[in-house]
Design a binder for this molecule. Structure first.
Ligand SMILES: [Zn+2]
Length: 280
């Protein structure tokens, strides 16, 4: 997607573990589900199968998911902890990701576009060939009753630095008010649509009563981090696949898939080379 900020992703489990020692990494997911062949933004997707493998790996490495509030708490550096976040509140986060996270004892926050419950990511209209359904009010209630957290992602997903300040104020404060009224829980955390912010927008988030705001800037949460510019790591299918512990399993899966598609070694050498590159 056309984020204004450059995004970083974590490529290997060793890389991830070292980030968990430097501070607390916040992972950012968008769509969870099988990526349709027609998708022109495949980076937005993570498949449930690969998400499950990733969570399983984190679990086996004794890594723990914590809330954003916990990541910021206290003076001691939190080791082996990370935060899971989902932007936009696609229903795949509830249907596919929530059971996987629960199974591994993990939790997450979902950042909701407050005026678009039950609709699609229509802010990408004309850009995204596979717009996906967003959670309905009932689905958000299910998310909350599972003990998971919600945060705000404006009312309509605008680029906050490109609209008049008064409008930005309404998008930010309005989304907090609306979600708190609808769901009766405090909404403490915000995420900038498109990772787009400036100091005026950061001030509006603070004035609205939020405790933190997530950006798409690279980095980990450490003591002294600016609470209204929390860094995050993008997590798409390709980066999840490249977690090297699984490279053999993935290679064998990939070749099975190639065989199923009837691709012979001669014709598929380029594809095989590409897959090999991806999986290493
Ligand atoms: Zn978004």
């Amino acid at each position: 997607m056309m984020y204004t900020a450059p995004m970083a992703s974590i490529k290997t489990i060793w890389d991830f573990q070292s980030k968990c020692h430097e501070g607390v990494p916040i992972l950012m997911f968008h769509k969870v589900g099988r990526c349709p062949a027609a998708a022109n933004m495949p980076r937005m997707y993570v498949s449930p199968a690969h998400l499950n493998k990733l969570m399983d790996l984190f679990h086996r490495k004794a890594l723990r998911s914590i809330s954003i509030s916990d990541a910021l708490e206290g003076n001691t550096r939190r080791k082996n902890c990370f935060v899971i976040s989902f932007d936009d509140a696609y229903e795949g986060a509830l249907i596919h990701a929530l059971p996987i996270m629960k199974k591994h004892g993990f939790s997450a926050i979902v950042f909701i576009v407050a005026d678009l419950l039950g609709q699609r990511n229509n802010w990408c209209h004309g850009e995204d060939t596979t717009m996906e359904p967003l959670m309905t009010r009932t689905q958000v209630e299910e998310w909350l009753s599972a003990g998971f957290e919600i945060g705000a992602h404006t009312l309509t997903h605008p680029r906050l630095t490109s609209i008049p300040l008064l409008k930005a104020k309404n998008e930010i404060a309005g989304s907090k008010r609306k979600l708190e009224d609808l769901f009766g829980v405090p909404v403490r955390h915000f995420a900038y649509p498109w990772g787009d912010y400036n100091s005026a927008v950061m001030d509006l988030v603070e004035e609205a009563g939020f405790r933190t705001a997530c950006s798409c800037d690279p980095g980990v949460v450490t003591n002294g981090v600016n609470r209204f510019r929390l860094p995050r790591f993008d997590t798409d299918e390709r980066s999840v696949r490249s977690f090297s512990t699984y490279k053999l399993a993935y290679l064998s899966d990939d070749f099975k898939n190639l065989a199923a598609r009837g691709m012979r070694a001669a014709g598929s050498s380029l594809e095989a080379a590409r897959l090999k590159f991806l999986t290493w």
